[in-house]
Write a new protein. Sequence first.
Length: 93
Amino acid sequence: MIYILVILIILMLFIIIYLFISNSSIKDEHAKNMEKLQLIISSLHSKQQSLNNQVVISDDYKSNYSKDMKALGDEVVELQKVFIDIISNGNYN
């Protein structure tokens, strides 16, 4: 009976040692994965900043383009009015 208990205790010790070794390797793997995750998050953050800068530039361009096109459209309308006035008055010589 004592031999069975001794064998059982030794078996339990081997299992505990195996679990400690497994836990250690799992912790190492987890640390590596967390480091990779931090690098990915850092990369994504820099890409997000770059995209935000591009959006700001694009919005500024769109705003300026819209203003310029409106001004150009207003100028075309004014020129059409002048052209119609000239034609209607007969002063096109």
